[in-house]
Design a protein around this ligand. Structure first.
Ligand SMILES: C[S@@+](CC[C@H](N)C(=O)[O-])C[C@H]1O[C@@H](n2cnc3c(N)ncnc32)[C@H](O)[C@@H]1O
Length: 440
């Protein structure tokens, strides 16, 4: 029996869903084998884009609003373990979801999490303020998402950041078509179990139709990971809205907040905010030349696969660290470090001039090995600062007798190297006073 909430500030039907079918579906026993890493919650990434690379984490306060079964909470709590005064508050209105999150945290031996059974619409009543608020896949399930965002803003520190995910309108068209069908079928107010059974029958029925295979495939992927919990969350939700790019800007700016960065995990938005994916040079140039928001709006429609909008939002856009600042420490994204280490071990002057392909998820990077990219790759993971890295590389290249070598050429080659990875949000900067965070 779900514990009562001291508030009526939530949708009863939505709560009922998550009490019966906590989402995402997670088996706490799996904590022994792997840590789920959530998009946009890696602290080195947030440190660069939101905290100028200078975050100290001492009293770091995190709110995971609508934290569900705990993915983001655990990932953040693991990263903050070394800071005894840092704390993660996991807030959700579903007792069942909190119970799963708690069990997972116990499996990991985490003691830096506070669990709060509440509606996020009531956070304004709390006096605590947060450096980071994670709110992923939640606000689009509220009756009034704007009120939800305003509530979160009211507890965001002036320099704090919100990692937000809301649904994308065009990417979910197939889902909305199926939701409509299932609403038609469930006109009689069927219970959760009946709705699920009808959905399964409906998917079998539409499978051979002209549009069915794609919807069926979506359902299969979702249920492979999350079973009936996923089926209901995606196709039977009672409260679900999505945003186009212009609507997303309006949503954020109506709350007097700003989008400060896009974070689409391994597929940064640069892929689609630039027009590189368009083969025709004339159309590519036309789209690339548009004002940013217009380009994003048309690209979202043309691609049609943005099921989620993931971004960092804040009171104002902070300054990000500069690769020209010799004091800064360069840090690759945790999922890049293995690739870079592999190249660092393998590269020799014999490879100079070769083209290398690095595949990360569906992103492909082509880069040319030159003496500069070779030595930078070999020393970037171990150098304590950009200044140190450039000095090491300069000395090595000088010994190799690289023609035309000057310190200013070394600096220029570094800036090119940095830009190549940074444009895809794979390389960040941290001030040496800011503690390094290791993610495994
Ligand atoms: C789709 S799940 C997402 C869970 C988690 N954020 C994640 O990405 O894994 C939505 C969660 O939001 C919670 N939720 C919805 N409305 C809420 C509200 N008003 N206050 C607190 N939690 C809410 C639900 O109980 C559910 O656990």
């Amino acid at each position: 029996m779900a514990e009562e909430l001291q508030s009526e500030n939530y949708l009863a039907e939505v709560r009922n869903q998550y009490e019966h079918l906590p989402y995402p579906y997670r088996d706490p026993a799996q904590e022994k084998d792997r840590l789920v890493k959530t998009v946009g919650d890696a602290l080195p990434f947030l440190n660069h884009y939101a905290f100028g690379g200078r975050q100290q984490y001492d009293d770091f306060r995190v709110l995971v609003a609508g934290g569900g079964t705990g993915d983001a909470t655990l990932f953040l709590a693991e990263q903050l373990k070394a800071f005894p005064k840092a704390k993660v508050v996991h807030l959700d209105m579903s007792t069942a979801s909190i119970a799963v999150a708690k069990e997972r945290a116990e499996m990991r031996g985490l003691s830096n999490i506070e669990f709060r059974h509440a509606s996020l619409l009531d956070v304004t009543e709390s006096d605590e303020e947060y450096d980071l608020i994670n709110c992923s896949g939640v606000l689009h399930h509220l009756a009034d998402p704007d009120a939800g965002l305003r509530a979160l803003k009211s507890v965001l520190k002036p320099e704090g950041v919100i990692n937000l995910m809301v649904y994308g309108y065009y990417g979910r068209q197939m889902i909305y078509r199926m939701q409509e069908i299932l609403r038609d079928l469930n006109y009689d107010g069927a219970d959760i179990h009946t709705q699920i059974e009808r959905a399964k029958m409906a998917f079998e029925a539409i499978k051979p139709t002209s549009w069915g295979p794609l919807a069926y495939q979506l359902m299969q992927i979702e249920t492979q990971h999350h079973g009936d919990h996923g089926l209901f969350d995606m196709f039977l939700h009672s409260q679900d809205r999505a945003y186009t790019m212009p609507q997303l800007y309006e949503f954020v700016e109506n709350a007097d907040l700003q989008i400060i960065n896009w974070n689409n995990g391994n597929l940064p938005y640069s892929v689609w905010t630039q027009a590189d994916w368009i083969a025709n040079p004339e159309l590519r140039a036309h789209i690339a030349g548009m004002p940013e928001r217009q380009r994003q709006a048309v690209t979202e429609k043309m691609l049609g696969n943005m099921m989620k909008h993931m971004c960092l939002i804040a009171h104002r856009t902070p300054e990000t660290p500069s690769p020209e600042d010799a004091e800064m420490v360069p840090e690759f994204a945790y999922y890049m470090q293995g690739h870079i280490q592999k190249y660092a071990n393998a590269l020799t002057p014999l490879e100079d001039g070769k083209q290398v392909k690095t595949q990360i998820a569906s992103l492909e990077f082509n880069w040319i090995i030159t003496p500069f990219t070779r030595v930078l790759t070999q020393h970037i993971l171990t150098s304590p600062s950009i200044g140190d890295l450039l000095e090491t590389c300069y000395t090595l290249l000088w010994d190799e007798g690289v023609p035309g070598l000057t310190r200013s050429l070394m600096q220029q080659k570094w800036l090119e190297y940095y830009a190549q990875w940074h444009q895809h949000q794979l390389l960040y900067l941290r001030h040496p006073s800011s503690p390094a965070i290791t993610i495994r």
